[in-house]
Design a protein. Structure first.
Length: 125
């Protein structure tokens, strides 16, 4: 990974998880901005409003619109489908479904900083 100015969309209904993710990302040296969304619907709104998002960190189990639905919408949109998506969840049984619908990578919560950075490096070219 060579980019050091990534804009990351972090999507999680748990505010503590969002703050933790933001803290890890901002300390990494690779991220210049973290855009937060509390559910899939908000995430889609952010993606449609901005054209500078380099990566999506996506929780699966959320109210309003879950992560699998977000994957389906993003992968069906020609303007968004190239954005890498790393799925974050406590439910390992969702891995196959997430990958089937277009996730680039998968992390089990609680997220460890080293694992997160390694996954980001693996999906950002």
């Amino acid at each position: 990974m060579t980019k050091t100015d990534l804009v990351v969309l972090a999507v999680d209904d748990d505010i503590i998880n969002l703050k933790l993710l933001k803290s890890m990302l901002m300390k990494s040296g690779y991220v210049k901005e973290v855009v937060e969304a509390k559910n899939g619907s908000d995430a889609i709104g952010e993606l449609k409003a901005r054209d500078d998002i380099d990566l999506i960190l996506l929780d699966i189990i959320m109210p309003v619109m879950g992560g699998i639905e977000v994957l389906k919408v993003v992968r069906a949109d020609n303007n968004l489908r190239q954005v890498p998506i790393i799925v974050l969840t406590t439910d390992e049984t969702k891995k196959g479904e997430a990958l089937e619908f277009g996730a680039n990578a998968f992390l089990i919560k609680p997220i460890r900083n080293d694992d997160l950075i390694r996954k980001i490096k693996s999906v950002i070219v």
